[in-house]
Design a binder for this molecule. Structure first.
Ligand code: SAM
Length: 282
């Protein structure tokens, strides 16, 4: 008997993966957590039935959410990651020796406990001495912060359930206040392809651009996310992610990557016309 994991990417489109083994299933006060293995994707994590992390393509998402801002401002020292309890973002950040402190604010401690058990490589970076893990709501945590961080990465679930508050104007305004002068905020910014995700993209873009002078969208191909066409937001009151980017400086760090490179950095901000129109109408 075959077991399949399925996720609706829209009302009429379903993404399915043949499952070899269900490794974990549990409910917390925030969400349902499942871990499964598949021949094609390796071990993968879903939250409330939505694909979060798959061994086969997590490197794309985590490299793009970390190396793009770090390449624009290699002097980043204090970083805040909101969400990201799976450890993938932090594990890329700790490769930068120049970073002095990483606060990880994850609402659900069970996500991190489960990922430590089933994704040891992904969570290895969480034990770096510069990392402080706080299990609390990022929306509340950010309210009291002023000028504390050079980079805020919003590595959240989609805008419903616990993640909903992380897509509000209040939250983005508080992130702007929590950033030091010249700070950068990067967030997972949903997708332009299916209507529900495109609606969320437009709402999010209009809220962020009302708070930051610079708000640029960049893209990556993430096969396990809805449509595979995934977007990220880059926001700052000082830096332009392409104009203020010195490829030689980043290349001199000698960081080995599987997806990110400095040519792709410039290219990923060049968006398809239909995406540009969606954003222009936001
Ligand atoms: N890469 C994934 C994506 O793009 O959907 C996100 C990965 S990570 C698992 C998302 C994390 O955000 C989850 O662990 C979830 O518990 C956390 N999260 C959701 N809402 C949160 C909130 N308000 N404060 C802090 N963490 C939150």
């Amino acid at each position: 008997m075959e077991l399949w994991y399925s996720e609706n990417h829209s009302r009429d489109v379903r993404f399915s993966v043949r499952v070899d083994k269900q490794l974990y299933s549990g409910n917390t006060e925030f969400q349902r957590i499942d871990v499964m293995t598949s021949e094609e994707l390796g071990t993968f994590l879903t939250l409330d039935g939505l694909m979060m992390v798959a061994e086969k393509d997590e490197f794309i998402y985590h490299e793009m959410i970390v190396h793009v801002p770090m390449a624009v401002n290699p002097d980043i020292k204090n970083v805040l990651v909101i969400g990201g309890g799976d450890g993938g973002t932090v594990s890329r950040l700790v490769r930068y020796r120049t970073i002095e402190k990483i606060d990880l604010v994850e609402i659900d401690s069970e996500v991190t406990r489960v990922c430590r058990r089933f994704f040891p490589k992904l969570t290895a970076g969480l034990d770096d001495k510069r990392v402080n893990i706080l299990f609390e709501d990022g929306l509340k945590f950010i309210r009291g912060k002023r000028g504390e961080y050079d980079l805020i990465i919003v590595d959240s679930t989609d805008p419903f359930g616990p993640g909903e508050g992380l897509f509000t104007r209040e939250f983005y305004g508080n992130c702007a206040r929590a950033l030091a002068d010249g700070g950068i905020m990067v967030n997972q910014h949903e997708s332009p392809y299916y209507q529900d995700y495109a609606d969320s993209l437009i709402r999010t873009h209009s809220r962020i651009k009302g708070v930051f002078k610079v708000h640029r969208i960049y893209q990556a191909h993430i096969p396990t996310y809805p449509s595979g066409h995934w977007l990220f937001g880059f926001a700052s009151n000082r830096f332009d992610p392409v104009a203020d980017f010195d490829p030689d400086r980043w290349n001199s760090l000698g960081l080995k990557t599987k997806y990110y490179n400095t040519e792709l950095h410039k290219g990923c901000f060049a968006l398809p016309n239909y995406v540009k129109e969606l954003l222009d109408n936001a």
